[in-house]
Design a protein around this ligand. Structure first.
Ligand code: AMP
Length: 280
């Protein structure tokens, strides 16, 4: 595995491989099995896998966890190499943003809801950095986790609207044994918070059973989930929504549609997100 910190060196390294299939796995590091599943998926179709590790200041709001976001580059290097990453791209903030950005990418509409509503400007930061990475790496394929389902919808919309020559490959959510979606932020949780955090998956599982039994009222599904989460005293709901996917429109009756149950819940300072997508 080659480790690269500059855009120029990355471009030079990739030049001989331009006729091969290049895959990009963008991450913010502190790698876990969720990230590594994207590399595994990339191995199926790509000859060269580039993983980027960059904690992107542009997608963090004031008072969010940019400074304290967990970082362990030595460990990440080992995991990435073991999984078969060919090039690990770890640019500094100065390398990516040598001067304040005056050009950003804004995807309309679908960024007004869910995490876009709770974290104003977040998806502009995401779309801008992903667009930069696409220009830097020029991958044939880019791999994103459905853990961040709204992010997938935003990136797919951006790629379509701007004719970016890359195929977006969404990959399933990887979970801990008890159902908690893997996340770099899970290390923030106290043991008690960690235990109560399993309610996210459990509440959606319960909703899933109800849907399978014929429940199709979005409001009732949402209420059921919120009720279940509120039983956990450390949980503070940011949002629970039942929307169409990928359009992220509100709906009353979910019958016959592709929908997402999406939730964000805070445990102390730690904000967790999770979701399930249903084709009904
Ligand atoms: P992050 O480092 O959190 O920005 O995540 C980098 C990529 O890994 C994103 O495409 C995420 O959606 C994906 N990812 C993070 N956690 C998981 C997970 N538990 N399962 C699948 N993909 C994930």
């Amino acid at each position: 595995m080659i480790k690269i910190g500059t855009i120029q060196e990355l471009r030079e390294q990739l030049r001989p491989y331009r006729h091969q299939k290049i895959g990009l796995v963008p991450t913010m590091g502190y790698l876990h099995e969720g990230h590594l599943s994207l590399v595994k998926k990339a191995r199926e179709t790509c000859d060269i896998i580039v993983m980027s590790i960059f904690v992107n200041p542009l997608q963090f709001g004031p008072g969010e966890d940019f400074e304290r976001y967990p970082r362990d580059i030595a460990r990440d290097e080992q995991l990435a190499e073991k999984e078969g990453v060919d090039i690990l791209f770890t640019p500094s903030v100065e390398e990516m943003y040598p001067s304040p950005v005056k050009t950003t990418v804004h995807v309309k509409g679908i960024t007004d809801t869910l995490c876009g509503a709770s974290r104003p400007g977040h998806f502009d930061g995401v779309a801008t950095v992903v667009s930069k990475l696409f220009h830097i790496v020029q991958p044939d394929y880019a791999f994103f986790g459905q853990k961040d389902a709204q992010q997938v919808a935003v990136i797919e919309q951006m790629v379509q609207d701007l004719n970016m020559p890359v195929d977006i490959i969404p990959c399933p959510i990887v979970r801990e044994a008890d159902g908690l979606a893997m996340s770099s932020r899970n290390v923030y949780l106290s043991p008690e918070e960690r235990e109560q955090a399993t309610v996210l998956y459990q509440s959606m599982q319960e909703a899933k059973r109800k849907i399978e039994q014929g429940e199709s009222d979005a409001f009732r599904i949402r209420s059921l989930i919120m009720q279940k989460i509120r039983e956990k005293k450390l949980a503070e709901i940011d949002y629970v929504e039942v929307l169409t996917y990928p359009g992220l429109e509100p709906i009353a009756d979910i019958g016959g549609k592709r929908i997402i149950i999406a939730l964000a819940v805070k445990f102390g300072q730690t904000r967790l997100i999770d979701n399930m997508i249903f084709n009904l």
